[in-house]
Each structure stands twice: as structure tokens, then as C-alpha cells.
Design a protein around this ligand. Structure first.
Ligand SMILES: Cc1cc2nc3c(=O)[nH]c(=O)nc-3n(C[C@H](O)[C@H](O)[C@H](O)COP(=O)(O)OP(=O)(O)OC[C@H]3O[C@@H](n4cnc5c(N)ncnc54)[C@H](O)[C@@H]3O)c2cc1C
Length: 430
């Protein structure tokens, strides 16, 4: 019993539900047994990250014509959610590279798409998106890392921090300065084996053990101009479209999976633990807290699925995506606190997963905009001062796409849940 009820079937098709079952089975079989080792080592879990990538799930939104699943954003949400239900770290790992797909799908030219998307879809190449710097954070225009044109190349210098999949990624999508102001940012694809590129030492974090979100260092790193994504000056659009259209939805899905796990684990605990000769949930205050958790989870799921359903329909949904992120992050944190209270002392020990869920849930607050930033943007929606809509621009962003055999992702018969065929182009580490 996972408390999901009929909510799921309102937005999902039979194929979404099969996909959920498939990912859940994989997560239980392959991911759960590895969690103790990930928690102990507190560093990048290379093996399981690669195994997850090989399932073809990085290609959830990559068109079938490039070897992807062509399954859409709701399917992507379900995949991330189910991995995060077992391991927030592996949900975060998967979403970070799915997020790295956005910039190639939206801004890659035909050659770049043909080169990289099949390799990503097959799980042989893990992409990232690197925007954040120590001095800029959410203030993207404050970045200082730079690229200077030198003949047919660009030379990159600077550092990026908190980059999801930093230590497992093969192809970094890096936004740097090529000039002043908002038109002075440009995006590049940088392979992880390029001379002049290195990784900072991985710092242990509070949670998401197994996932890396560390530092990328560019020291006179020479990149061919053919690796530039879009035109000079497109960098801000690359960053924002990735964050708005993929980042918010993906992190929403991680929060949702952790939230689901919190409810399931706490319900189990209540049934198993006896107080006053009865199960713990016989206490009215405990039962009410459980009810609050279930209510938050249902509302969070509704917000999450509704937003990505609209995104799949190609309609304006920037506000729904922001709302889904803030509702999911905040309500998962509130439920984590309730879960800890219900567990009392038992929740503090690492032989139970509750403290891990609490730690992991905190990591989803900052990326793709903190809750404060989402609320500021939502206030602009209320005031009628919001600046444009990325979801409305989506069809314009993907207009160069060759027609995919899948026209309606919600109905099409594709290769969901199966590993895409291997292509000859191979990059990155084995
Ligand atoms: C798990 C994880 C994964 C990540 N993955 C990536 C990734 O793949 N690529 C990448 O480039 N980065 C990534 N990041 C970085 C993430 O995007 C930043 O943490 C985020 O942009 C916020 O930056 P910051 O943490 O420096 O906080 P800051 O932006 O410095 O914010 C500090 C405080 O100021 C507030 N604040 C900031 N701006 C405003 C504003 N305009 N108005 C009002 N209040 C404001 C914030 O709400 C916050 O409370 C990741 C971070 C985490 C934790």
C-alpha cells in the first residue's frame, strides 16, 4: 500500500503506470541494497549511476529519432520520483543529467544533436549543466567565468560550483561570460577529458550521499567553436530554459519521491510500534500528523503532475512549475519534521531511513531557485509583472527538431522502459 490512490490515474496512462512499476522494481532490486554503502562512503556512487543511465532513462524527453524514449515530462517525473522514493541521491543523479539534456534539445544544432543525444539516451554519456559560481548563486548574471575566442577555439577560465553530477559527468554544459551584461553569456559543451579541465575535491555534504554536486575548474581549457551551443549571447536563455523547463520539474520530482518514502516509512513504523498496548497510530495526535502528511503528499503530487502534464501539452505553465517546486519542497520538509516527531528518538538513528530522508529533502531547497525565489516570481505572476514565459517559447526552442515518429507522447507506442539500442558514437568513461 503506497497511499497513491486514484490520483495517479487522473494524469497517467497505462504506459506511465507500467513505467512506474518497472522503475520501482529496478530501484528496489538494484538501488536499495547499495544505500548502506553510499551512506557510509559519502562520495560519488559511480557504478550504480552508470547502471541507472544504462536503463535509457536519461533519454525520457529525447525524441525517438535520436534514440531516446520520446516519453515526455510526466514520464520523466515518474522515473525520478520512483528512484527518489528509494534513494534521493540517485533520483538527484538522474535528474541532473536529464536536466543536462535540455540545453542540447533546445539549443543544439543538428550535428550536436546527432553526436550527443544518442549517446546520452543509451546511457554512455552523462551530461551536466554548470551555471552556479561561488560569487553568483541564484544571481546568474553575477558570474565571472569567461571564454575568449582564439581562432577556431574558445579558451575557458573560471570555476563552477554545486554542479549536479560534477564527479560522474562526461559532458559539461557550461555557461560563461563572453561579454558584458545579459547578452554576454554563452554556453559550451566541454568533454570531461579536455586538457585544462579538472574537478575540485569532492566535499562531503549533509545528504544525498552517492550524488556529487561539486566544483568544475577551467584553466585555459581550449574548446572548439563547434562546441558552442547556440549563438554568442544565448547563454542566459540556455541557463533559464534548462532551469525553468527541466530543473523545477525535476527537483519537484525528487522532493515528491522523498515525500512518498516519508509517508510509507512512517506509516510502517506506526503499525509496528506499540504504545499502551496498541499501534502507535492509535494515538490521536500521531494519527492527525499522519493525516497531515498524507494530505500534503496528495496536494504535492497533484501540483507536480499537473505542471508537467501542461508542459507535455505545450501550454503556458511557468507558474505551475514554480508552484509545483515550492509546494513539493516545502511540504516534503514539513512532512519530514512530522515523521521525525512521530519516530521521536528512534528517528535519530541511522538504522532507520527517516533521518536520511530529512537530510536529503533539505538539499532540494536551493537548486533551480530557492522557495523564496519561486515565491517572488509567483508574486510577479499575481501582480501581472512576470517577464515572459519559457513554456510558451518551448515550441519555438525545439522548432529545428526533425519530425519524430512520436507525435503524441501520451499515446504513442514507443520503447518505454527498455534500453535503447547501442549506437557507434561513444564518449566518456565506461
Ligand atoms: C543538490 C544541489 C544540486 C545543484 N545542481 C546544480 C547544477 O546542476 N548546476 C548548477 O549550476 N548549480 C546547481 N546547484 C546550485 C544551485 O543552483 C544554487 O544553490 C542556487 O542557484 C542558489 O544559489 P546559492 O546556493 O549560492 O544561494 P544564493 O543565491 O546566494 O541565495 C542565498 C539566500 O538569498 C536568497 N536570495 C537569492 N537571490 C534572491 C533574490 N533575487 N531575492 C530574494 N532572495 C534571494 C535565497 O533565497 C537564499 O536564502 C545545485 C545546488 C544543490 C544544493
Amino acid at each position: 500500500m503506497d497511499g497513491m490512490g486514484t490520483m495517479d490515474s487522473y494524469f497517467t496512462s497505462r504506459r506511465h503506470r507500467q513505467l512506474r512499476e518497472h522503475v520501482r522494481g529496478f530501484a528496489e532490486l538494484e538501488v536499495r541494497p547499495r544505500i548502506p554503502a553510499m551512506e557510509e562512503s559519502r562520495t560519488t556512487a559511480h557504478g550504480i549511476s552508470r547502471l541507472i543511465a544504462q536503463q535509457g532513462w536519461l533519454g525520457a524527453t529525447i525524441p525517438e529519432s535520436y534514440g531516446g524514449m520520446g516519453a515526455g515530462h510526466l514520464a520523466k517525473t515518474i522515473i525520478i520520483e520512483e528512484l527518489s522514493r528509494v534513494s534521493g541521491a540517485m533520483g538527484a543523479m538522474l535528474q541532473a543529467s536529464q536536466l543536462g539534456v535540455a540545453k542540447i534539445v533546445h539549443f543544439g544544432n543538428d550535428e550536436q544533436k546527432k553526436t550527443w543525444l544518442p549517446a546520452v539516451a543509451a546511457g554512455r554519456c552523462l551530461p551536466t549543466i554548470a551555471v552556479t559560481e561561488h560569487e553568483s548563486g541564484g544571481h546568474v548574471l553575477g558570474m565571472a567565468a569567461s571564454a575568449l575566442r582564439d581562432g577556431d577555439d574558445y579558451v575557458l577560465n573560471g570555476r563552477k560550483v554545486y554542479v549536479g553530477n560534477s564527479h560522474v559527468g562526461d559532458l559539461h554544459g557550461v555557461i560563461v561570460r563572453t561579454g558584458p551584461g545579459s547578452k554576454g553569456l554563452t554556453a559550451f559543451l566541454v568533454e570531461s577529458d579536455r586538457p585544462g579541465f579538472s574537478l575540485g575535491e569532492q566535499q562531503p555534504a549533509m545528504g544525498l550521499h552517492g550524488f556529487s554536486f561539486g566544483e568544475l575548474i577551467f584553466d585555459n581549457c581550449r574548446v572548439p567553436a563547434a562546441n558552442r551551443l547556440g549563438a554568442e549571447g544565448d547563454g542566459l536563455s540556455v541557463a533559464y530554459s534548462s532551469s525553468v523547463l527541466y530543473g523545477r520539474a525535476n527537483l519537484t520530482a525528487v522532493s515528491l519521491g522523498i515525500h512518498q518514502a516519508l509517508v510509507e516509512e512512517t506509516t510502517r513504523f506506526c503499525a509496528e510500534r506499540e504504545r499502551y498496548g496498541k499501534p502507535l497510530h492509535a494515538l490521536a495526535n500521531v494519527k492527525i500528523k499522519l493525516g497531515q502528511m498524507q494530505s500534503r503528499l496528495m496536494t504535492a503530487r497533484l501540483a507536480a503532475y499537473h505542471a508537467v502534464h501542461l508542459l507535455d501539452q505545450g501550454v503556458d505553465c511557468d507558474a505551475e512549475l514554480m508552484n509545483a517546486k515550492v509546494v513539493n519542497v516545502e511540504s516534503a520538509l514539513d512532512s519530514a519534521r512530522n515523521a521525525m516527531e512521530i519516530h521521536a528518538a528512534a528517528g535519530l538513528f541511522t538504522n532507520r531511513p527517516i533521518e536520511r530522508f530529512l537530510r536529503d529533502a533539505h538539499h532540494i531547497f536551493a537548486p533551480a531557485g530557492t522557495s523564496d525565489v519561486q515565491l517572488l516570481r509567483l508574486a510577479e505572476v499575481a501582480l501581472g509583472t512576470a517577464k515572459g514565459s519559457w513554456s510558451e517559447r518551448l515550441s519555438e526552442l525545439v522548432r529545428k527538431e526533425p519530425p519524430s515518429p512520436v507525435q503524441d507522447v501520451s499515446l504513442a507506442e514507443g520503447r518505454w522502459g527498455q534500453v535503447p539500442p547501442q549506437r557507434t558514437h561513444c564518449v566518456g568513461k565506461a
